[in-house]
Design a binder for this molecule. Structure first.
Ligand code: ATP
Length: 306
């Protein structure tokens, strides 16, 4: 069996390398595509961020004219509050985050930040005001310090360390032989999904944006990592206007409002307790997820018992 497992591992390694390469190319094309589609108005001004209130007002959007993704979605993220978007796969959750960044223009309605339509302001000022912790962070083939400092290039070493501490990644870095000078990415060490996400959180802490967007990882993390990431996220989002795109439900319990997106519209909205009490779509999604988690837990215990 050992003889077989080595080549299999190797094939797995090659597969992952190729897939990563393709992902990077896809992302590059996405960016190229986007820059053609959205342009600044000739008189575009810089966004003036006050408290950082975000509003989606009757937003209609389709990538392809034949298939409407959002059919009149309205919600508000009051300054300093957290709103979570949940819903079935493909409902348009990540689309909402792309629209706030204005990677695409909407067909009807408006997206406003502190009352300013995002189509009227420069893209640079808009994107500068929003911090993004993406599902999968792209790391540069450079040191881990460089990758964190990317959030604010003139940050000094002390700030980088503090950000890493708040993001709960400093212990991991200190255990590396080269510490903050350790190379990551292509030619260096590969970080796990949870570690990458914490690097992204550290970047965002350095950037200190008034508005925060969290695109939660789709893949399940182990309970300990998930808790560490959750407490790091709680720290960054405190007092900041935060929009959480939740693919799992564990992180939304404490949100000020949860919006359930389905069939292009808002099916339900309220706090976690409100929505459970309603016994609708959210409640059934919650039940299903809890069953899945419990099944996983039983499986793990059975394995450990072996
Ligand atoms: P998940 O939880 O599975 O990540 P989601 O709710 O975030 O799903 P979106 O990524 O917003 O879903 O996608 C909404 C719909 O839009 C999907 O049906 C998807 O296939 C489609 N879509 C997403 N991106 C594009 C694109 N660039 N061009 C065309 N269609 C797209």
């Amino acid at each position: 069996l050992m003889q077989l497992s080595v080549p299999l591992n190797f094939i797995g390694f090659i597969y992952r390398e190729i897939r990563q390469g393709l992902t990077d190319i896809e992302q590059m094309f996405d960016l190229l595509d986007v820059s053609q589609e959205v342009t600044d108005k000739p008189d575009a001004k810089a966004l003036v961020v006050g408290t950082g209130r975000v509003e989606f007002r009757d937003v209609h959007f389709a990538y392809d004219p034949n298939r409407q993704i959002l059919k009149g979605v309205s919600f508000e993220v009051p300054a300093g509050k957290t709103v979570a978007i949940v819903g079935p796969s493909g409902a348009g959750k990540s689309t909402i985050s792309r629209l706030l960044f204005r990677f695409y223009d909407i067909q009807q309605g408006a997206i406003l930040i502190d009352g300013q339509d995002i189509r009227d302001v420069s893209q640079q000022s808009l994107r500068g005001a929003i911090g993004m912790v993406p599902q999968d962070t792209v790391l540069f083939n450079d040191t881990i310090a460089y990758n964190i400092r990317y959030g604010r290039v003139n940050a000094d070493e002390e700030d980088v360390r503090k950000a890493a501490e708040l993001a709960q990644i400093s212990g991991f870095i200190q255990r590396l032989p080269d510490g903050y000078k350790a190379m990551v990415g292509e030619r260096g060490l590969k970080l796990s999904g949870g570690e990458k996400q914490r690097v992204a959180i550290a970047r965002t802490i350095l950037k200190a944006p008034p508005i925060l967007m969290l695109d939660e990882a789709t893949s399940a993390l182990d309970t300990q990592t998930e808790q560490e990431i959750q407490s790091a996220l709680d720290l960054v989002s405190k007092g900041r206007t935060t929009l959480v795109i939740a693919h799992r439900l564990s992180t939304v319990i404490s949100a000020d409002e949860i919006i359930v997106l389905a069939d292009g519209g808002i099916a339900e909205r309220g706090t976690h307790a409100d929505l459970l009490a309603q016994g609708g779509l959210y409640a059934s999604m919650w039940d299903r997820q809890r069953e899945a988690t419990e099944a996983e837990e039983r499986l793990r215990q059975a394995r450990e018992g072996d």
